[in-house]
Design a protein around this ligand. Structure first.
Ligand SMILES: [Zn+2]
Length: 471
């Protein structure tokens, strides 16, 4: 009996102990189990969300829709990139597309980039010292007025090119693979004034050339002789010419080189390397681009004002100098945005070596004071009369004219040399280039010298009086 009671007590104790253990065990286990369960369900939910968004992205990629760019943006970016590539700016086209959000998942952009890369790989650098340079003056729009037998006809016949000739010349040059480049594509200038050549990469068959236009002033003496009146910016931001018709009304259109080339490049973007067009060599004494922006139009200084300028003031009693400067600056800014550049042709159309260094300094000061505020700074000097400040040997600082012009910030110097296809001289701190005149005189007397550029018989304007007078 005692034994039984002992066993029973032991059993009760064991049961109680088990109960206590069980309770404590549960108390210990439950919070862990709960936390574990919570963590597991949270992870599962996150994984589900991740899977869902990955699936969404995959679906988006599969259907060709990149969520961060709309179809319209993509189309516009593709045409921007294609235009850059058409103008041989492959790096620009590639970086434009690569910088877009979602590029890594955009098969369309990646395919375009690989096309640009392979086109670039097929390009080769053109030798900088073999780049030719051609130039024109203001183009004759109305042959009958320019070639009317007056005392100015001979000059126009010798040094001008007509609009129909220019149209033919650029079309022929384009068809032969010529591509306009800037002097600034040929060399870069370091802060210390030293120059180093750059690389011009072009596909096989493409030939770079520099184009310049001299004396784009629409000088007073040309009034009524069949030339444009001035350059303007139209309401839609385009640069055009005005032309004074016989009845005095003003027409707006492509009457001279600048808008003609703008229109041509709009149709043939691959004629302009990186969108670069020509360089306009400007004098200052009758203003620029058809605007009367020189000092003398402001001061009307007795002794300096010419017969032409007096007649201009009589014909334009409401002339407002400040407005004239502002309008000219608007044209220059619009042209620069379109790929045009400006050069000094000296303020007074001078041959520097026929003047003392003091006179040349005064001329440069006038350029700086009255032309730079309109067209901006330039480091290109295109000599008037095809002159130069030295012979064929490199410029040195003991040439006081070079020392002066270099101190005025000029790094690129152009003379006229039609005897060779290309003449480029690159010194430590300058680049010199010879230019070839594509005018009546050259076409009439030595078409063989320009046969690499175009066929003269095709371009020749039969309205020109012949023979072109000897110089
Ligand atoms: Zn000139």
């Amino acid at each position: 009996m005692k034994c039984l009671i002992t066993i029973l007590i032991l059993a009760i104790i064991a049961l109680a102990a088990l109960l206590v253990y069980e309770i404590r065990f549960r108390e210990y286990q439950n919070p862990w189990a709960q936390a574990q369960a919570q963590k597991e369900s949270q992870e599962a939910a996150e994984a589900a969300l991740r899977a869902e968004s990955e699936k969404k992205e995959q679906n988006a990629a599969d259907s060709g829709v990149v969520p961060l760019i709309s179809d319209e943006q993509e189309d516009s970016l593709e045409s921007q990139a294609n235009r850059l590539a058409l103008q041989y700016d492959y790096d620009g086209a590639i970086s434009l597309l690569r910088s877009q959000p979602g590029y890594d998942r955009n098969e369309r952009f990646k395919n375009l980039v690989s096309t640009y890369e392979s086109t670039k790989a097929g390009c080769s650098p053109y030798p900088i010292d073999q780049i030719t340079h051609v130039f024109f003056h203001t183009l004759v729009w109305d042959d009958a007025k320019a070639f009317d037998g007056d005392e100015k006809e001979a000059g126009y016949n010798q040094v001008m090119t007509t609009v129909s000739e220019f149209d033919s010349i650029i079309t022929q040059m384009y068809n032969r693979g010529y591509v306009m480049v800037s002097l600034h594509d040929m060399a870069s200038v370091a802060d210390d004034g030293s120059l180093s050549t750059k690389e011009i990469l072009l596909p096989p068959g493409k030939i770079p050339f520099v184009l310049s236009m001299d004396d784009c002033s629409y000088y007073h003496y040309m009034d009524g002789d069949g030339f444009a009146q001035k350059l303007i910016v139209t309401d839609d931001g385009k640069v055009k010419n005005t032309y004074v018709e016989d009845d005095g009304s003003i027409s707006v259109g492509d009457y001279d080189l600048v808008p003609i080339l703008d229109t041509f490049v709009a149709q043939h973007p691959d004629f302009a390397y990186h969108g670069h067009k020509g360089v306009l060599a400007l004098t200052g004494y009758e203003g620029v681009l058809g605007y009367r922006t020189d000092e003398v139009y402001k001061t009307r200084e007795e002794g300096r004002i010419t017969m032409y300028q007096n007649a201009f003031f009589e014909a334009n009693p409401d002339f407002d100098f400040d407005k004239e400067v502002a309008d000219a600056k608007a044209v220059a800014d619009a042209m620069k945005a379109e790929g045009w550049e400006f050069a000094s042709h000296t303020w007074g159309h001078i041959n520097p070596r026929q003047y003392t260094i003091e006179q040349v300094q005064k001329d440069s000061q006038r350029w700086h004071d009255w032309v730079v505020p309109v067209v901006g700074e330039t480091d290109i000097l295109i000599f008037a009369f095809g002159a130069d400040i030295g012979d064929w040997q490199p410029y040195t600082y003991d040439n006081e004219y070079y020392a002066h012009y270099k101190s005025m910030g000029f790094n690129f110097y152009c003379n006229v040399d039609s005897s060779v296809k290309a003449w480029v001289q690159i010194g430590p701190d300058f680049l010199r280039q010879g230019r070839r005149n594509l005018d009546g005189y050259r076409m009439y007397y030595s078409p063989e010298l320009i046969s690499d550029l175009y066929d003269v018989d095709t371009a020749w304007d039969s309205n020109r009086p012949t023979p072109v007078p000897k110089m």
